[in-house]
Ligand binder design. Sequence first.
Ligand SMILES: [Zn+2]
Length: 161
Amino acid sequence: MLFNAMDKWWGNQGKRERPHEGLDLCLYRDREDRILRLDEKTKIPALYDGVVVRVVDDFIGKSVIVEHRLPGSDNSRFCTIYGHTNLPRGLHVDRIVKAGDILATLARPNKSQSNIPPHLHISLGWIFNEISYENLDWDTMDTLKPLKWVDPLQVISRHFL
Ligand SMILES: [Zn+2]
């Protein structure tokens, strides 16, 4: 599902309450040109160097929020969020990560979510309202809008897709 999409791509394919805050990745093409599904063995790397600032529940698994200080960005805080994941024991808030470090694996939707295929949700955004990370979760991100979302496809290199 693409950034800002209003339609659900699984199940009854109804409408979303809000535009999609990121990008959903479900299928990929391997080097032999096969189309494969992401599954619980899928390892999820950090897109950039940063610090884990928050781990919150989402409707399938956990969402990991990583803060990045990008060169030339005036100390603005840029965050990447990796949703629907399972975290390894060692991953916690304040953990410093390098681009490419494995943050998590993909979470499996529970039995009542059998119409939802495993997928990775990626959100990218600038923190532009003051909010402490302890108060950041999907509810506050939807209501207080502390992040100005960016379309991941405009940022992530095709190499990753
Ligand atoms: Zn999503």
